[in-house]
Design a protein around this ligand. Structure first.
Ligand SMILES: Nc1ncnc2c1ncn2[C@@H]1O[C@H](COP(=O)(O)OP(=O)(O)OP(=O)(O)O)[C@@H](O)[C@H]1O
Ligand SMILES: [Mg+2]
Length: 495
C-alpha cells in the first residue's frame, strides 16, 4: 500500500509507489500544506504535530550529525522532528486500515529513511526505542504505552503533559514519561474516551471510560483541571490477587484468612470498607472465590473489575449518560433490576448512593451472602455512611428504622487500609451485633495492631483476635457445617 501524503490540491499526483524512495516523499513536505482537516476520521485523535521544525537542506548544507540519548531533551526534539516528517509523509487514514503489524512495518521503513536523511546518528537500540515511541504515538496511547504494558503498576496518574506518576508496590513515584504537549495528551484522552462513545473537551471536561484491557480511566480536562488534562488510570490486573497472596504480603494473617473464608462460605452478608485504593475491590474479589459454584450470582459495577470464577454469573455494568446527556443507567436501577433476576447472591462493586437501600433489602430478603464495598475509614463509619446514603436517597424513613435495617442485614464489615508505608492491610473484621437503644453495637473479631516501624520504614504490627469465642455468625457457620473450622480459626487468631 502506498502512503503518499494526501494532497489537498487538485494536482492529481500519482500516488507514490510503495517502493518510491522516501526521500521523494519527505522532501515535498516543504511545499505541501497539511490538509485542512488535519485529523483523518480513522485515526481520530492522532497527535497533532508541533510547529514544523526547520527545513532540512541536505543537498546544500547537511545537518550536523547528532548523537542523541534516550529521554533527553534532545531525544524529544529529534522525536518531534521525525514524527512531524512522518506525519507529513504518510496518510494516516490509510494507515489506520492496516493491522498493527503492517502499520508498524510501514512506519519503520519511513522512519529509518527519515533518520538517514536527517543525519541523526543513533544506535540500533535507540532507533528501536524511537520507533516504538513513534508507533505508540501514531497507533496507540503514545507515551502511556510502556506504562500500560507493565503489570506491576497499580495506578497511572498523568497531571498535564510533563508530569506522570505511577503507583508500584503501594508507593507513588514520579516517572520520566512526558507528552509532547498538552494537545497530545488531550488527543490521547480523547482517543481513550471515544472508544466508549464519549467525548471530552472544554464543554464536557469530566469523563469516565475504560481501556480495552478493562483498566478504569478518569479524565478531567481544562478549564477544570488547571494545569492541563489530568488522566487517572486504575490498571486492570489480569492475575487478580488471591487470598493466599494477601496472606503472603502480610495483609492478613493465615487464621484471619481462614476466618474470611468461613465468612464467605457461610453466606454472611459482608460490607468491605476502606479508603481509595486500599484494596476493597481486590478483597471483594477474593471473598467471591468462596461462593459455591452452584449459586447464581449477579454482579453490579460501575466498571467491570471483578473476576468471578463461578460458572453461573451475570455481570452488569452501569452506564453514564451519552453525549446528549441521556441513556444513563444508575447503580440503583441495576440493583433493583437484579432482584427480578432470581439472584442467589448480589455483589455490588461500590455502594455510593441510594442503591444502599436496595442492597440491604436484598440482603434482608433471602439473598444471603451478598456483598459490596464502600468508602469509609472504619467499620462504624461504614455503617453511618450506609445510613446517610439511604437518608439522602429520599427514603422517608426514621433513623431508627434504617438502623434496624442495617442491623438486620449486614453481618460483617471488613475494613481495609493502605498504610503509610504503602502496604495494604485488613484492619478489622467486625461483626454487627444489634441495636442498643439507637446505637448499633459492633464487635471486632479480628484487629490489626500497629506496633511501630522497622529500620526500612515498614509498618510492623500483628493481626490479633479479640477473644470472641462465639461470634453472631456462629449459627450460620454451623448451618453450613463449619462450626469446627470456625472454632479452630478463632482459637488460632489468638487474643
Ligand atoms: N493486599 C494487597 N497487597 C498488595 N497490593 C494490593 C493489595 N490489595 C490490593 N492491591 C493492589 O492495589 C491496587 C488497588 O486495589 P483495589 O482496586 O482493590 O482498591 P480499591 O480500594 O477497590 O480502590 P478504589 O477505591 O479506587 O476502587 C490494585 O492494583 C491491587 O492489585
Ligand atoms: Mg475498587
Amino acid at each position: 500500500m502506498a502512503f503518499g501524503k494526501r494532497s489537498p490540491s487538485a494536482v492529481p499526483a500519482a500516488p507514490a509507489p510503495a517502493a518510491a524512495p522516501v526521500a521523494a516523499q519527505v522532501q515535498p513536505r516543504s511545499e505541501a500544506k497539511r490538509p485542512p482537516t488535519p485529523e483523518p476520521v480513522a485515526v481520530k485523535g492522532a497527535p497533532k504535530p508541533m510547529e514544523p521544525p526547520p527545513k532540512p537542506k541536505p543537498e546544500k548544507k547537511p545537518e550536523p550529525v547528532r548523537q542523541i540519548t534516550q529521554q533527553s531533551e534532545q531525544y524529544y526534539q529529534t522525536k518531534t522532528t521525525i514524527f512531524n516528517a512522518l506525519i507529513d509523509t504518510i496518510d494516516l487514514s490509510q494507515l489506520a486500515q492496516l493491522d498493527a503489524e503492517s502499520a508498524r512495518d510501514e512506519i519503520r521503513d519511513i522512519v529509518v529513511e527519515i533518520i538517514s536523511i536527517k543525519n541523526v546518528v543513533m544506535s540500533i537500540s535507540e532507533q528501536e526505542q524511537l520507533l516504538d515511541d513513534i508507533c505508540n504515538d501514531v497507533l496507540g496511547y503514545g507515551p502511556l504505552e510502556p506504562l500500560l504494558a507493565r503489570d506491576d503498576i497499580a495506578d497511572i496518574m498523568v497531571n498535564g503533559a510533563d508530569t506522570t506518576y505511577i503507583e508500584v508496590n503501594g508507593k507513588i513515584e514520579r516517572t520520566n514519561i512526558r507528552f509532547r504537549d498538552n494537545a497530545q495528551l488531550m488527543n490521547i484522552c480523547q482517543r481513550i474516551v471515544s472508544q466508549v462513545g464519549r467525548r471530552v473537551d472544554e464543554s464536557s471536561p469530566i469523563c469516565d471510560a475504560r481501556l480495552l484491557d478493562g483498566s478504569r480511566v478518569n479524565v478531567i480536562a481544562p478549564p477544570l483541571a488547571i494545569d492541563g488534562p489530568t488522566l487517572t488510570i486504575r490498571k486492570f490486573k489480569k492475575d487478580k490477587l488471591k487470598l493466599q497472596d494477601l496472606v503472603n504480603f502480610g495483609s492478613i494473617s493465615e487464621p484471619g484468612a481462614e476466618l474470611l473464608r468461613i465468612i464467605g462460605r457461610s453466606r454472611c452478608n459482608v460490607l468491605i470498607s476502606g479508603g481509595t485504593g486500599s484494596g476493597k475491590t481486590t478483597l471483594l474479589n477474593c471473598l467471591t472465590g468462596f461462593i459455591d459454584p452452584g449459586e447464581r450470582v449477579i454482579t453490579c459495577e460501575d466498571s467491570a473489575e471483578l473476576q468471578l470464577q463461578q460458572p453461573h454469573v451475570v455481570r452488569l455494568e452501569t452506564r453514564p449518560p451519552n453525549i446528549e446527556g441521556s441513556g444513563e443507567v444508575t447503580m440503583r436501577e441495576l440493583v433493583k433490576n437484579c432482584l427480578r433476576m432470581r439472584p442467589e447472591r448480589i455483589i455490588v462493586g461500590e455502594v455510593r448512593g441510594p442503591e444502599a437501600f436496595d442492597l440491604l433489602q436484598a440482603m434482608n430478603t433471602g439473598h444471603d451472602g451478598s456483598m459490596g464495598t464502600l468508602h469509609a475509614n472504619s467499620p462504624r463509619e461504614a455503617l453511618s455512611r450506609v445510613e446517610s446514603m439511604i437518608t439522602m436517597g429520599g427514603f422517608a424513613l426514621p433513623a431508627k428504622t434504617i438502623r434496624e435495617m442495617i442491623v438486620g442485614s449486614i453481618d460483617v464489615v471488613v475494613q481495609a487500609s493502605r498504610l503509610r508505608d504503602g502496604s495494604r492491610r485488613i484492619m478489622n473484621v467486625t461483626e454487627v451485633l444489634g441495636l442498643e437503644g439507637d446505637t448499633i453495637v459492633l464487635q471486632d473479631v479480628l484487629k490489626y495492631e500497629i506496633e511501630g516501624e522497622d529500620a526500612n520504614g515498614k509498618v510492623v504490627g500483628t493481626h490479633r483476635g479479640t477473644g470472641v469465642g462465639r461470634p453472631r455468625f456462629w449459627d450460620r457457620a454451623s448451618y453450613y457445617s463449619m462450626e469446627r473450622e470456625l472454632a479452630a480459626a478463632l482459637d488460632a487468631l489468638g487474643a
